[in-house]
Design a protein around this ligand. Structure first.
Ligand code: FAD
Length: 354
């Protein structure tokens, strides 16, 4: 029986944590996955209405351009090393038949997100990767030879820790912002958490009277002082409370990233063109992605290791990264997880005191 620290503790059994576990198996890095909920991949199961749009088969350069801004620069090494093609190949090699949309979005051909989660469940079981469920991590402490990962009734000693606890939307899936708190507790700056990729409430009767209706070939545009500053094509949905759909979500990301306070939203649909003002963003708990998180300046983009705490890694939405709708966010989670694990495997951490 060994009495030593495990090489890698992965906190979070969501998209990033599970892909990290798979990468750890391949790289022969002994790892353990610690998950708050009773089962792994709760959020993955609800993605794309239970169909899981797990990547978009386009060139990484194009993906980075669509992501844009500081996040794109930060994600360049990870998405180049683990492009959508590698993500697709991973699932196909594990028996998932895929369905490719015209624009490159990839789904399991079964349209069942469970097939994606089962790949990870099967892999963890077959490779005997330890998995703790019902185990919220409550604290993280740096010690001389690694980290003490604290849970309610026991602690675990790990040489390296990967924080893959997600954002803070849909908290019932387990992502409640814990990782950002651990990071803050270890001296990291946190960009304020806010809703990204979400709808807007309005009482405008022109909109509410059309609910519920989905317009597949539509567009939404953000206008400031009468000028269109951003336009997205895609679905627009009229809801009893307001507007949603992919085109609206991508507009919300634009607005939230820039903290725009004064704007209008123009919807172009088969029912007419609507200029909407006085919109209220839906709450973070309903958002598809969380904007904000561990600040990117404090993470090495090549390894995902903290620049402040050696041996501490981040992957996925816990960081201040987000992309548009359409498979970008899961790709980001997977690629950053792969980068972190390959850094752990390559021993890229600095020499540690004995
Ligand atoms: C409705 C919806 C639909 C979406 N559809 C798509 C889509 O089709 N395509 C796409 O690319 N993206 C989609 N997304 C976004 C995508 O799901 C996320 O960006 C992605 O899951 C983030 O991965 P993650 O591993 O960082 O976080 P998560 O997948 O949220 O995983 C975090 C995990 O960490 C666990 N955890 C949290 N705190 C602790 C703790 N203290 N201790 C132990 N475990 C903890 C959580 O329980 C959770 O399992 C969708 C999101 C939503 C909400």
């Amino acid at each position: 029986m060994k009495h030593e620290a495990i090489e890698l503790a992965i906190i979070g059994g969501g998209a990033a944590g599970l892909f990290a576990a798979a990468a750890a198996v391949k790289a022969k890095v002994p790892a353990i996955v610690i998950e708050r909920k009773a089962r792994i991949g709760s959020k993955l199961l609800m993605t794309a209405n239970g169909r899981c749009n797990f990547t978009k088969e386009i060139a990484p350069e194009r993906m980075l351009r669509d992501i844009g801004g500081k996040a794109a620069e930060f994600l360049r090494p990870a998405l180049t090393a683990c492009p959508p093609q590698r993500i697709a190949a991973f699932f196909r090699s594990h028996g998932v038949k895929t369905k490719r949309m015209m624009d490159g979005r990839l789904f399991p051909a079964s349209e069942r997100a469970a097939d994606i989660v089962h790949v990870f469940g099967d892999l963890l079981r077959e490779e005997q990767v330890p998995l703790l469920v019902n185990s919220p991590v409550t604290g993280l402490q740096r010690v001389k030879n690694g980290f003490i990962v604290g849970m309610e009734n026991f602690t675990l000693w790990a040489k390296n820790v990967l924080v893959a606890t997600g954002g803070a939307s849909f908290p019932k899936t387990g992502s409640v912002g814990d990782g950002q708190k651990f990071a803050a507790g270890m001296g990291h700056s946190i960009e304020p958490l806010r809703a990204g990729l979400t709808g807007y409430s309005t009482r405008d009767p022109r909109v509410t009277s059309l609910a519920p209706r989905r317009c597949e070939r539509a567009a939404a545009a953000v206008c400031v002082d009468g000028e269109t500053v951003f336009r997205a094509e895609g679905e627009v949905e009229f809801e009893p409370w307001g507007v949603s759909g992919a085109a609206v979500y991508n507009c919300s990301r634009y607005i939230q990233r820039r903290n725009l306070k004064s704007f209008s939203l123009r919807l172009e649909t088969q029912y007419g063109t609507f200029d909407l003002t006085g919109l209220a963003i839906r709450p973070l708990k309903e958002a598809i992605v969380t904007i904000g998180g561990v600040t990117l300046d404090e993470i090495d983009p090549a390894t995902m290791m903290s620049k402040k705490v050696e041996g501490l890694y981040f992957a996925g939405e816990v960081m201040d990264v987000d992309g548009p709708t359409g498979g970008y966010n899961i790709s980001i989670a997977f690629a950053t997880a792969a980068a972190a694990v390959s850094a752990v495997a390559g021993g890229s951490r600095l020499s540690r005191p004995k």
